[in-house]
Structure formats: C-alpha cells, structure tokens
Design a binder for this molecule. Structure first.
Ligand code: FAD
Length: 441
C-alpha cells in the first residue's frame, strides 16, 4: 500500500502528524510538496520566503533520504497534482495538515472532491492547540487574547510525535528540482529543520523575559520563519520550554499562544486576512509619498527608519520594531494597514497570513486589540526600547556618530547628519497628529 503525505507548512520530520499517520498506515510513503502557481498569483511567493523554502525542501529531502525515503516535488495546482499522483500510484490515503487561510480551505475542499474519504486532514500540526478547539460559549472563536490564554494554558499537554526512523518511498516517481531563488535581503537565515533545531539549541530562553523588549539586545529566538514553514513544531517548542521552566520560558510560551490565537481568529474568519476584522468608521489618509518614505526607511524618525531598514536587510524585524513601524504608518501617518501589511509580506521571511495580517489589524485598531484607539508615540517608544540608541546606530549609518539617545531626535541638532532626511511630519506636532483624546502609550 502507498500513502501520500502532502506537506505544506510542516516541513519537518519531528512531531509531524501528517508524516507519522502516512507511515503508520502504509508500507510506502510519498512525502510530497507542490509548488502551487496560485500562491505566486496571490503575490505570496516573495523571493525571501522562496529562498528560505528552497533550503527547507533541500534539508527535508536530505533527512528523508537518510531514513530511506525522499521528497517528491511537483509544480502545479496543489489539489490537482496530489490527486493525479494518488491515482497514478493507486494510493490508499492522502494525509495533509489543516490550514487556516482561505487558500488552505479551498485546497482542502478540492482535495476532498477529488479524493473523497481517502483524504485525512490533521488539525494538530500547525498550532499547539488546534484552531476551533477552544471556543467561548455560543461563539466560534476567541476575539480577546487574555481569556483565550487562560483556557489555552489548561488545554492539556500533547505529547509530540516522534520522528519516523525508517520510511520507504516508491522508486521512479518524477520530481522537480528544488527551485533556486535569489532573495531580496542579504542577511537571510538558513532555512530548514536542521538549522531551526540548531538555532533553538543555541538560543537562551532564560533571558527572554528580561530582554525581549530590548531592541539592541536582539535576544528573541528568531524562530519565526522556522515556525512559519513548520520546520519546527510549535507543540514541541512549547513542551521543551515548559520542561525548562522559569520566567523566560513562560514568556516565550505566551508568545506561542499569541501565534495560536491569531491562527484561530483567521481559521474562523478567513476573510479577515484583507478586510477589517472590526469595521472602522473613519477613513484613512493615504499619501503615497509618505508611504514610500516609510517603506524606504526615510521618514526622518530614526526608530521607524531603523526598523524598516532592518526589514530590508534581514527580511526580519524585531517584534517591538514591528509594533512601532506599523503604528507609525497606521496611527501616526494614518494610512491603511493593508499598505503596510503588503510591504511586510513582500519582505518578511516569516511573512505569515495569520500572524502578519492580524497583528497589523491589532495595531491599526481594526483587529482584536481591546483598546483600538491605543497609539504608540514613536519618540517615547524609542526612549523606552532603545535607551542607548544602539539599535538605531546599528541600522541607520548616517546617525552612527551621534551619542546616546540624541540619535532619536536628530532634528534638534544644529545640523542634521549628512544624507539623513528631515522628518516627514513635524515632530513637535506629533501629539496633534496623534489626535487629541486618544491615549498615548
Ligand atoms: P519570539 O519573541 O522569540 O517569539 C517566539 C514565537 O512566538 C515567534 O517565532 C512567533 O512564532 C510567535 N510570536 C511572537 N510574537 C507574536 C505575535 N505578536 N503574534 C503571533 N505570534 C507571535 N510574526 C510572524 O511569524 N509572521 C509575520 O508575518 C508577522 N508579522 C507581524 C506584523 C506586525 C505588524 C507585528 C506587530 C507583528 C508581526 N509578527 C509576525 C509577530 C512577531 O513580531 C514575530 O513573530 C516575532 O517578532 C518573530 O521573532 P522571534 O521568532 O524572535 O519571536
């Protein structure tokens, strides 16, 4: 018997329910990945993510080969290609992880149409707690994080699935080569399960609680791209951290719960990827010149520009910098969050339809924030998150010679350092711009 494990955002051997079920069920397993043109057509195939994906596929193929199998790579519409291969091989079953996006929903419906009850969908692959498992009375999802987190913590431990030790893939199945894509960002991390596991082992969760908001310390895990592509399982990471214990591990697990939270929102409301989760009454003030200055990291507000330049250089940005830059676009410049979300998706190596869109909505006040009018004052944030100015000096070389926190307000100097732009909006006017009556954090 043959079983197909259609891999999507679960590019790993460890704790992979899809691979595990396929191996359990059949003598021969085809681990399949389909490069789907619909993802490219939706603008979701950014070069940074494609380059990282290529590493993931190469690494997974290597790991599968070491246990006797191999990855089969196809190009085409995911459901059609999978069904075609299932028919060719007379596969008795096809296993796939449940997704949360509209795209994943369509793929699953098409697979079901082609395969009927040969299709098995596993909902415990993507998140620690499957979306939809926890719901408040009479509702289909949690709209507020705190009560969600309360029940999430009590949802019970799930033992991770062990990696298969042997696997046989039928010989002679045609497979495409892994596509090589040139990334947009020079500082991209190496993709794949092996690199992700190395990174986890090398990272120190103990200091996470103390340092996770310190921009210059750069002390967060940087595991987000590995979680996005499923090179690492969130369940396994939560368990490893919980075993270690302590405030750092606790704070880290809480972030994994945020990830689950956004996934369960998107699973229940797939349209909230691009439409306001909560309708916004007033209109945006879109201004293309301001948006472009923001994209280029040339707003004249150093903390904002540092974040945007880190994104361009690394395809990644510190969480606090994401909050500051997003708030600057959506709340200070008052531009539509979709403009920012689209730019982030074009560059982020961890760019994720659930985490990106719903975090953007949270910041813009159209999402799940219980204080939708909250505004982050970029100058107060700079003083708090980068008190010595080291993060700004790292990413904005024009300001590298300015001492301490003078770096956050270069317009106050007699002469602005060469080449650095003047602020695109009047910094003394910022609280008016932030609109009276709204709280500043
Ligand atoms: P750590 O602090 O080490 O956290 C561990 C893991 O928890 C992360 O890898 C991530 O999977 C998860 N996590 C942490 N914070 C959040 C959060 N607020 N929401 C959901 N999950 C979280 N994260 C993405 O993975 N992809 C995105 O496209 C994305 N876009 C964002 C856009 C905006 C405007 C904002 C404010 C946040 C966004 N985030 C996104 C969430 C967060 O910024 C990143 O997950 C985090 O910075 C990744 O770095 P890390 O792995 O070092 O995180």
């Amino acid at each position: 018997t043959v079983s197909i494990a259609l891999l999507t955002q679960d590019l790993r051997l460890h704790d992979n329910p899809v691979l595990r079920a396929a191996c359990h069920e059949a003598d021969e397993v085809v681990p399949l990945f389909v490069l789907d043109p619909d993802i490219e057509a939706a603008g979701f195939a950014a070069p940074n993510r494609l380059a990282f994906l290529a590493d993931c596929l190469t690494d997974l193929d290597g790991s599968l080969r070491r246990i006797g199998g191999g990855l089969v790579l196809r190009r085409g519409r995911s459901a059609t290609e999978t069904a075609r291969l299932a028919d060719e091989l007379c596969a008795g079953s096809v296993h796939v992880a449940a997704g949360v996006s509209a795209f994943a929903g369509r793929r699953e419906r098409e697979l079901r149409r082609h395969l009927g009850d040969r299709l098995h969908v596993h909902d415990e692959s993507l998140t620690v707690v499957p979306p939809g498992e926890l719901t408040p009375a009479g509702k289909d999802h949690y709209a507020v994080f705190t009560p969600y987190f309360r029940v999430w913590r009590q949802a019970g431990e799930r033992p991770p699935h062990r990696a298969p030790v042997a696997l046989r893939t039928p010989a002679g199945i045609a497979s495409e080569p892994v596509p090589r894509v040139k990334p947009d960002s020079p500082g991209l991390p190496e993709g794949g399960e092996s690199a992700g596991r190395r990174l986890w082992r090398a990272w120190n969760v103990d200091r996470y609680e103390e340092l996770h908001d310190d921009l210059a310390a750069d002390a967060t895990s940087r595991l987000s791209p590995y979680l996005h592509f499923g090179c690492l399982s969130a369940t396994e990471l939560a368990r490893l951290a919980e075993r270690q214990g302590g405030p750092g591990a606790e704070a880290f697990v809480r972030q994994l719960a945020w990830r689950d939270f956004h996934h369960q929102v998107l699973a229940a409301r797939p349209q909230s990827a691009w439409t306001d989760y909560r309708a916004k009454r007033d209109r945006w003030w879109n201004d293309e010149l301001e948006a472009e200055a923001w994209r280029q990291g040339r707003t004249g507000f150093p903390i904002v520009d540092a974040g945007m330049r880190q994104l361009a250089h690394e395809g990644w940005m510190h969480n606090r910098a994401r909050l500051v830059t997003a708030s600057f676009l959506a709340k200070t410049l008052y531009q539509d969050w979709r403009i920012g979300a689209r730019h982030f998706l074009a560059l982020l190596v961890d760019g994720d339809i659930a985490n990106n869109q719903l975090n953007w909505q949270w910041v813009a006040g159209t999402g799940t924030d219980t204080r939708p009018n909250r505004i982050l004052n970029p100058l107060a944030q700079a003083d708090r998150l980068d008190p010595d100015g080291a993060y700004v000096r790292r990413w904005v070389p024009e300001l590298a010679d300015l001492p301490g926190r003078t770096v956050h307000r270069p317009w106050k100097l007699a002469r602005t350092p060469g080449g650095y732009p003047q602020p695109i909006i009047d910094p003394t006017d910022i609280s008016t711009r932030l609109r009276t009556g709204r709280g500043l954090d």
